[in-house]
Write a protein that binds this ligand. Sequence first.
Ligand SMILES: [Zn+2]
Length: 190
Amino acid sequence: MTFDDGPSESTPRILEILARRGVAATFFPCGANVERLPAIARAAAEAGHEFGNHGYNHPLCCFRSPRFIEADIARAQQVILERTGTRPAWFRAPYGVRWFGMRRAQRRLGLRGVMWSAMGYDWKLRAAAIVERLAERVSNGAILCLHDGRELQSEPDIGSTIEAVRLLVPLLLERGYKLETVSQLLCPTT
Ligand SMILES: [Zn+2]
């Protein structure tokens, strides 16, 4: 299970649900949100969740220069390291949009790209629809994408995401799935 665009003021409610079930997730925060809410980002890292990189300002990178792209990703990498003490190993492009220069920036920053296999569309669907969508698409090795923030908004309403996580985590555990971080899933020997 992965969460993009956080942290937000409501991220702690997701952390509570995950903690109650003993589940680790991977967060792809925006650097600007980490800088805005460093204590929440740190709490997630201390709870054992993994951090990836989702850019600093959540830019749409098409038609942007390689220099712009690298600067944004590097700034996020720096802020996440400073604020959480963890160095992301994974990069998820904002909006899932890759552009020229991104691959080189990733390589220079020691990042590998990772997308998702099932998208929750949780910024627009209601909780029941999110759960139904993801429950239909889940399989061994699946990477589910949800959002604990809404790009750079402060105090976003992520009620549908929270409710979906509350329903989805027990449902997946009952089906026998084990929820792991991206590194545990893709690099099981490390
Ligand atoms: Zn995003």
